[in-house]
Write a protein that binds this ligand. Structure first.
Ligand code: ADP
Ligand code: MG
Length: 609
């Protein structure tokens, strides 16, 4: 399409605002233009963190000689024609604003040649004024050079940070586009020295190796399509949402969310809710306060996402936000659960004493009882081998030199399930002491019980079999006026969890039934805590809100620290924990147990050095 000025009515509908904030914004806009032009090789050169010079050379389609100056006019674009086009944008650019904005605050030299033309063009613009427009010879493609950014705009110049900081922003932009476009070769140099290069071979894992290094990538597993998963799993049939990428194993976590990298339809986006969906996928796998490391690429049909909400196009709005979030959460969760090994309990450690002394729990007998003692123990080596296969599965995970078996020494990954444990006693009326195949286990009775209750309640909820108990005397509870409105809006959700609560006029509510585990609880106090949880108001998914209420119920009802337990009580608790899906953390992400290996004890006692 030819470059044209956008009509007024269309200009009015485009998210307006400043796009050139710092050198990295220039790099971003120029890279997007190169990608839109079909480039396969994009070279970015910076001097002094981009303040003195930024040069971006691409091998894309180029600009027609007679349009080369027009490209620098405000609202001049070849990518958008009508208001209709706005609802399904397939290019990264569409506003026709970037070149004009950049050229108004710097000296720009554009050398370009369109693939269909014999000669190219050279345009020079000095802070908004066209100085040169002439014909030149050069290969097809475009080279944009931006010098002395903001030199004539002191107000903006003073907001720039150190060369080091600006470099960091540029690195972030280049590496992100390299991850989003693995089939394009990106090269970045700072002050004449190459600092990054991607291969451009289409393999995301290879890009990650360049960005994060081999030790980190070793800890990352393929998600969605990248995992070679069934097309049905990765692609949500109803909404055609596609999720792929890489997610780090829980052991390789990070102190904040900055290592969750997200792309939507080829755009790096900052989306708190989408990031939260990734965090949720690690639910109970990470300690509270720790965050996952992941690169997640989401593709949705262009008409299902609005990219015209932010001038720098860093935010998007989904038509079916919930569906996108749960697709992301599901894909990441699935990949994680598949990668964490599930060893069978070695039969030699099944403890006879536990079996003899403990009468099975009355209702819903623990599945541990049905374990076959004849099952052969799975050796450690076999377990690691299985992890290795899971981690290297999928077409994007071609083996690389760094992933070769010689260098991949098995890393201890937390086993998902527990072996059978032999109870030795209780410590400080708080911890259960037990012995297992890997040595000594100290189990936090409260955290363990929380985990057990939580998984039971979640399972019942999934099956729509939440056990609810009518109260003999309904309990009236007064709540503050704002909370009353909030509670009223959530009564249905709470009903699904076993609470039957009716508005009783004013700000009073009548609690008629509660989840069965709660009958003994102080109902009014419990309801106030639940309202406080609802008021946090940062959970974007309905299911997360439900889970939060369930966690509250479990926390209240779990055995407290400080309670002396009988031997059968401890044994029953540990057995129930053994049958949990994720026995090693409580629903809030804290560990339920500490494990001290025999070899560690031997070291501590100086038996081995
Ligand atoms: P937009 O990308 O929103 O269209 P820009 O101001 O970034 O607006 O670019 C204006 C126009 O200049 C583009 O629509 C495109 O036609 C042309 N252009 C800019 N950079 C390049 C490039 N590297 N290769 C080919 N064409 C380009
Ligand atoms: Mg553009």
């Amino acid at each position: 399409m030819a470059i044209q000025l956008l009509p007024e009515d269309l200009v009015a509908r485009i998210a307006a605002g400043e796009v050139v904030e710092r050198p990295s914004s220039v790099v971003k806009e120029m890279i997007e233009n190169a990608i839109d032009a079909g480039a396969r090789d994009i070279r970015v050169e910076c001097v002094e963190g981009g303040r003195r010079l930024i040069r971006i050379a691409d091998d894309g389609s180029g600009i027609r000689a007679e349009e080369a100056a027009l490209a620098f006019a405000h609202h001049a674009t070849s990518k958008l024609r009508s208001v209709d086009d706005l609802s399904r944008i397939v290019t990264l650019g569409f506003r026709g604003e970037a070149l004009a904005s950049i050229a108004s605050v710097s000296q720009v030299t554009c050398a370009t040649r369109h693939i269909d033309e014999e000669t190219g063009a050279l345009v020079r613009i000095d802070n908004g004024k066209i100085m040169t427009h002439e014909r030149i010879g050069r290969p097809p493609g475009t080279t944009m050079t931006v010098e002395h950014l903001f030199a004539k705009v002191p107000a903006r110049l003073k907001f720039l940070k150190s060369v080091q900081t600006e470099r960091g922003h540029i690195d972030g932009i280049v590496t992100r586009y390299a991850m989003a476009y693995p089939h394009i070769r990106f090269t970045l140099t700072h002050d004449g020295r190459q600092s990054f290069q991607s291969l451009g071979n289409g393999n995301l894992r290879d890009v990650l190796l360049e960005v994060y290094g081999a030790p980190a990538v070793e800890k990352m597993i393929a998600v969605g399509d990248a995992a070679g998963a069934d097309a049905d799993q990765a692609r949500d049939a109803a909404t055609s949402i596609r999720v792929r990428g890489y997610a780090a194993l829980p052991e390789y976590d990070h102190a904040n969310r900055s290592k969750i990298t997200l792309f939507v339809n080829g755009r790096p986006v900052q989306d708190a809710k989408l990031a939260y969906a990734v965090i949720q996928a690690y639910h109970t796998l990470l300690m509270t306060g720790r965050y996952p490391v992941a690169v997640i690429v989401v593709d949705v049909p262009p008409e299902d996402v609005d990219v015209n909400v932010h001038p720098a196009k860093a935010e998007v709005r989904f038509r079916e936000a919930e569906a996108v979030f749960s697709a992301v959460q599901r894909a990441v969760r699935q990949a994680l659960l598949a990668a964490l090994p599930v060893p069978q309990p070695p039969s030699v450690f099944v403890d006879r004493r536990v079996e003899l002394n403990v009468s099975p729990p009355a209702a819903g007998a623990s599945p541990t009882a049905s374990r076959s003692p004849a099952q052969s123990p799975l050796s450690g080596a076999e377990t690691w081998e299985r992890v290795g296969i899971a981690r290297n599965a999928g077409p994007l995970a071609a083996p690389t030199a760094d992933a070769a078996p010689s260098s991949s020494i098995p890393q201890p990954i937390q086993n998902r399930q527990l072996p059978a444990l032999r109870i030795l006693g209780q410590l400080a009326a708080t911890y259960i002491i037990a012995e297992g195949p890997e040595g000594l286990y100290l189990i936090d009775q409260h955290a363990a019980h929380e985990r057990i209750l939580y998984e039971r309640m979640l399972a019942a909820r999934e099956l729509g079999q939440t056990a609810s108990q009518q109260l003999l005397d309904p309990v009236p509870v007064d709540v503050p006026a704002d909370s009353a409105r909030l509670l009223e809006a959530e009564l249905e959700m709470l009903q699904g969890l076993g609470f039957h609560i009716d508005p009783f006029g004013g700000n009073t509510f009548l609690v008629r039934a509660v989840p069965a585990v709660m009958v003994q609880d102080d109902i009014a106090a419990a309801l106030r805590e639940i309202i406080a949880d609802l008021e946090i108001g940062d959970a974007p998914l309905r299911r997360d809100l439900e889970a939060r209420v369930l966690r509250r119920v479990c926390k209240r009802m779990a055995i407290k620290a400080g309670r002396v337990l009988t031997y059968p009580e401890m044994a029953a608790l540990v057995r129930d924990l053994e049958s949990c899906e994720l026995p090693r953390t409580c629903p809030h992400g804290r560990p339920t147990m500490i494990q001290i290996g025999v070899s560690q004890l031997e070291r501590e006692f100086g038996r081995i050095v």
